[in-house]
Design a protein around this ligand. Sequence first.
Ligand code: CUA
Length: 322
Amino acid sequence: MTLVGVAVGAALALVAVLIPWLPDSAAREADLIDNVYWFVTIVCVVIFAVVAGVSVYAVWKFRVPPGDTDDGSPIHGHTGLEIAWTLIPLALVTAIAVYSGVELARAEEVPADHRVIEVSGQQFAWSFTYPEAKVTSGQLALPINQPVELKLTAKDVIHSFWVPEWRMKKDAVPGIETDVIVTPTKLGTFTVICTELCGLGHAAMRAQALVLTQAGFERWLIKEKEAAAAAGSAQGKTLFTQQCGTCHALADAGTTAQVGPDLDKVLAGKNADFIRKSIVDPNAEIAPGFQPNVMPATFGESLSQQQLDSLVEYLLDTAGKG
Ligand code: CUA
């Protein structure tokens, strides 16, 4: 029976190992998480297969023959077996706990020399602030092979920060600061995903994470700084892509989200007052087919007067003209 269990276990373990369940790791921390993940997976698959294999074999092999109405033989326990099935799981569970603790501590260790980026979640967009450069962007950009501490907060409800290729995942909670350490090891564009159900636009709450070379990162910071320094309609466009584009479609900004109304339709021909009111008091007038209280009513506070003016100017210039 044990041989059958071991054979099935080996076969199932191959299924677990050979299928690519997770995207390729792209951070130092991801490798540590993967080690734990595979260790636990293999332990679980082998135990499941041994138990299930022995059970199925026993049902087949020791089936009562037709016409046999005798009682089964009386069995009053087996001390050796009971000790074995207590001690083996105890050893395995202890090993999983210790190994996870050690790898997690390594993954969350804050390196002496690291960059800090402030990450803020709100319904339904992420924003990233680079304190040294005094830049805020809707994109997360990191230089490759350098440890970064992401300090997470949320403005309204609980969100959760996750980039699958980096594995590290943590809640962004209003009122407190949590942190994620990540050292990206692959260049490219990844996706920041919100993994905490946070409202109607949850599924659309994504942002780009760019891993760049050191020189590319510095160029990116300068470009973002210039975009933020621009006034009027140009600044409005930057704000729109950072804060509005995950929910609203607008041809000029190239966004197609459908959580909220298509602005090319609902703002076409409207004046500045209507646009401003729609941003600061979104429940005053609800477009047909949409629900009240989906769009946060907090933009009047979170945007400065000057940012609001730029956004209104941009929407006035572009909505319905795409
Ligand atoms: Cu934010 Cu889901």
